[in-house]
Design a protein around this ligand. Structure first.
Ligand SMILES: [Cu+2]
Length: 279
């Protein structure tokens, strides 16, 4: 079973291997293929198969696992880390160190100047663009650390049931839906907190996307453990691709089918989080 660790608990060797595998996946073109899928989901496929509906959490769970398995083909020892922004709240520490994600962008244009994904490293040209003449360098515009979601906010969201509610889309009241509370709250907020590429439809251009979403996935896994009788909803009432056994775009030809139901048990998918014993 793969263990996903907090970025703050990774060894130097684990960080190096994770970064090296990302860079190799980018060089092969597979990384940008994944970025393109996310961009298409948000900009072209209607209804959006991945956001603003019940399948938000299942879709991203499968998407992350896809990247993790791709990285393991390059280096079998690699697993996806998560960024616990309730604890790691400094601009200067995990995951923003020189040997992991690098830091904030410079003030003038947001260009990330440090770490393995800085443009000058040559490792990380941005090729999936959100607008014409978008720069080829990775961008970030960090907000102040105190604005990051806090542990008590997450604990509060973890009490919310049911999983989701009518109308099963952007109109769902976050007070009546765990999914909507998590998606429209901390999930969206942290995308904007990092800013730059992370604030766009091609947000996986910034590899911290995967560390942020691993945190979101971990919160969902914890909610599932806390509420074992709350099932994934809806069964039939949702938008196409969002019902419990609807095949999810773009994996609709996969056998066996990739559906929200097929990803409900993350252990069955082959991974766990490092602190599950304390949940
Ligand atoms: Cu997304």
């Amino acid at each position: 079973m793969d263990v996903r660790k907090s970025a703050s608990r990774m060894s130097a060797g684990e960080k190096n291997r994770f970064v090296a595998a990302l860079i190799e996946l980018k060089r092969e073109g597979h990384y940008d293929h994944l970025v393109h899928i996310h961009h298409q989901a948000m900009m072209e496929i209607r209804p959006d198969p991945a956001h603003g509906g019940p399948a938000f959490l299942p879709w991203h769970r499968y998407y992350l696992r896809h990247l993790e398995l791709d990285l393991q083909e390059i280096d079998p020892s690699v697993t996806l880390p998560y960024w616990d922004w309730t604890r790691d709240r400094s601009h200067a520490r995990a995951p923003w160190t020189e040997n992991l994600m690098g830091g904030d962008g410079r003030r003038r244009d947001g260009q990330v100047m440090t770490g393995p994904f800085a443009y000058s490293s040559g490792n990380w040209p941005i090729t999936v663009k959100d607008f014409p003449r978008q720069p080829e360098f990775l961008t970030r515009f960090f907000a102040p650390p105190r604005l990051l979601p806090e542990g008590r906010q997450i604990r509060h969201i973890l009490t919310r049931v049911p999983y989701d509610a009518s109308p099963w889309n952007f109109g769902t009241n976050p007070r009546e839906s765990f999914r909507a509370a998590l998606e429209m709250g901390p999930h969206n907020f942290v995308h904007g907190w990092v800013g730059g590429n992370m604030g766009s439809a091609a947000s996986p251009n910034d590899p911290v996307f995967f560390l942020h979403h691993a945190m979101i996935d971990r919160i969902w896994a914890k909610w599932q453990k806390l509420h074992p009788r709350e099932r994934y909803k809806p069964v039939t009432a949702g938008p196409k691709g969002h019902n419990r056994t609807d095949p999810m775009w773009p994996w609709r030809r996969e056998v066996p089918a990739v559906t929200p139901r097929s990803v409900l048990d993350h252990h069955e998918m082959g991974y766990r989080y490092d602190d599950e014993g304390n949940w």
